[in-house]
Design a protein around this ligand. Structure first.
Ligand code: PMP
Ligand code: GLN
Length: 396
């Protein structure tokens, strides 16, 4: 038979699915794939259940139910002072994953260049390539994950159509500063292109760091696709409700991409997310406060075991240097061994790099788990390290 699509045939199953399957196979605590092991807010879940019962179960409007579009517009105003018209500047999607694809589809033609920042989320590169666009990768490196400004500037050209980037950033926990965002904004304007802003962790920032949407910088309102996810904001990752906020001149193409991808998103979930976005400030403060405590528990526990843990100002994740405990293999070997022997799963950070010679000695651990689970994971890693040390001593 004729070969199927070359790109998809050459793409592996996502690392998150691979590592979750390995975790199940070995009875490991899954600190790999980023999903909470606790439920979202009961009132939001109940709103979704109630909404199923009142007869609005047919196709909702293409760009989203009015309640959710209004709630997204209100949240833009409340958290960032962005004025948004709910009727013409919001498109609801089936998760941020679809939103990212729809925003890229909205702007990229085959041959256009798209700047991407490594480490990158695993859907970015395949989608850019499937659209026939040309990825231009710029790399952040541990331990500081600093934006290499000269390299970023060099990646832009007259052929650049868009930059796609993520802040707060998975897997690094980096939150882009105003100065970094201003640098990006300047490049975007000088090269007359667009910015696709993956802001799914917008409400998950810690230690006084706050998320700044690129869209709030001067000249950026018309050029940004700002993407949020109910999965992250309400600890409901299975719901797959995302939203794009963009200028009314850009939104029709996002809507047309959405119409060709999924057309609509479950109406009861949309209506429940609208309830969630209207929650009071205490909810949003509580969300980040609780996650900051879990981050501290995990980061301090790993540090006590001898890992060098990098600071995480946002997201669900911390990264740890595996060399600091004397591990000499790479991150893939480490994560496999940790799952099989310690019964704890993490994600190798090389999975977030596409270019040659990625940093291969960091593992990403998710801390969006119950504290008892995090404690048990630390105990298992500690016991495994002791067993390894004992075996090494015995081997002389
Ligand atoms: N972007 C980033 C950086 C993510 O970590 C994730 C995963 N949760 C997504 C996008 C996808 O979000 P969603 O589950 O809403 O599709
Ligand atoms: N965003 C999640 C993570 O980084 C995974 C989502 C997925 O499995 N597609 O772990």
């Amino acid at each position: 038979m004729k070969p199927m699509n070359d790109l998809l045939s050459a793409t592996g199953t996502t690392i998150f699915t691979v590592m979750s399957a390995l975790a199940v196979q070995h009875g490991a605590i899954n600190l790999g794939q980023g999903f909470p092991d606790y439920d979202g807010p009961p009132d939001v879940v109940k709103a979704a259940a109630d909404a199923l019962m009142d007869g609005r179960n047919q196709y909702p409007p293409l760009t989203g139910v009015p309640e959710l579009r209004q709630a997204v517009a209100a949240a833009n105003k409340r958290f960032y002072g962005i004025e948004v018209d709910p009727d013409s500047e919001v498109v609801v999607t089936s998760g941020a994953t679809e939103a990212i694809t729809a925003a890229l589809m909205a702007v990229l033609n085959p041959g256009d260049e798209c700047v991407l920042i490594e480490p990158l989320y695993d859907t970015y590169l395949p989608v850019v390539k499937l659209l026939g666009a040309v990825p231009k990768l710029v790399r952040l490196s541990p331990p500081k994950w600093e934006l290499p400004r000269d390299e970023l500037a060099a990646a832009f050209s007259s052929r650049t159509k868009a930059i796609l980037f993520n802040t707060p950033m998975n897997p690094t926990g980096k939150v882009f500063t105003t100065a970094e965002l201003a640098f990006i904004a300047d490049l975007v304007q000088r090269h007359d292109c667009y910015a696709v802003c993956d802001e799914v962790y917008e409400h998950l920032t810690y230690d006084g760091w706050s998320h700044i949407p690129l869209m709030t910088l001067p000249g950026m309102r018309e050029r940004c696709f700002r993407i949020g996810s109910a999965g992250k904001t309400f600890n409901l990752t299975g719901w797959k409700v995302g939203y794009v906020t963009c200028d009314r001149a850009l939104a029709p193409n996002v809507a047309k991409a959405h119409q060709n991808l999924t057309f609509t998103t479950a109406p009861n979930l949309q209506r429940a997310v609208a309830v969630g976005l209207a929650k009071d400030d205490a909810y949003f403060a509580g969300l980040s406060g609780q996650l900051a405590d879990r981050r501290d528990l995990l980061a301090e526990g790993l540090t006590a075991l001898g890992f060098q843990v990098l600071p995480a100002m946002g997201s669900y994740f911390v990264t740890a240097d595996i060399r600091s405990i004397g591990f000499t293999g790479d991150d893939v070997a480490f994560c496999r061994m940790l799952t099989e022997e310690a019964k704890v799963t993490a994600i190798p950070v090389t999975a977030f790099y596409a270019g040659a010679n990625p940093p291969s000695h960091y593992a990403r651990f998710a801390f969006c788990k119950n504290e008892s689970v995090l404690r048990e994971a630390l105990a298992r890693i500690g016991a495994w390290m002791e067993r390894r040390a004992g075996a090494q001593r015995a081997a002389g």
